[in-house]
Write a protein that binds this ligand. Structure first.
Ligand SMILES: [Zn+2]
Ligand SMILES: [Zn+2]
Length: 167
């Protein structure tokens, strides 16, 4: 939503503020900025970097088992305490990442051409936080609005709104 000819709130910037960015934190007061297109990108980075990175999951110790009888064997002992075998099987915890993608299109009945409404959701890995973030993008051609909603792993929500034409 373009704010009526106001200026970008970024220090020293004289560009028109075409984007409204709102940050909702799980542990702090919400904040709203009116920014130009470039600084909209910049503030999103800053908000993201201001959050604590995701705690690294405790490293799962690889589990050693006897290759003969399946008895758990400590890494240090050369042979299986049960059967004396020196064969080993190592099992490492498996990690599966699922990237969900959702796509919604709105078209009025009978209408042809581009849908007036589109929404796309995806997960993306945020390197600064070492965690997945969920991004939902809404395009509304009827209202001429573009909205991007980013949800960080810790519950922080960044919502950026602008006119489609300014996006
Ligand atoms: Zn600016
Ligand atoms: Zn054994």
């Amino acid at each position: 939503m373009a704010t009526e000819n106001s200026c970008c709130e970024w220090n020293g910037c004289t560009q028109p503020a075409t984007h409204q960015v709102r940050a909702d934190y799980p542990d702090a007061k919400s904040n709203i900025w009116h920014l130009c297109r470039d600084h909209e990108k910049e503030i999103k980075k800053q908000i993201t970097r201001s959050r604590r990175p995701a705690p690294t999951p405790p490293e799962q110790p690889a589990e050693h088992q006897c290759g003969n009888c399946g008895e758990p064997v400590s890494i240090d002992s050369p042979e299986c305490p049960r059967c004396g075998s020196r064969d080993r099987v190592v099992q490492v915890g498996e990690q599966v990442t699922i990237r969900e993608k959702l796509k919604v299109k709105g078209r009025k009945s009978g209408a042809t051409g581009r849908p007036y409404f589109e929404a796309k959701a995806e997960d993306s890995f945020t390197r600064d936080l070492a965690a997945e973030s969920e991004i939902v993008r809404h395009v509304n051609r009827e209202d001429d609005t573009y909205m991007e909603n980013i949800r960080l792993y810790d519950g922080t929500c960044i919502t950026s709104t602008s006119c489609l034409s300014d996006h």
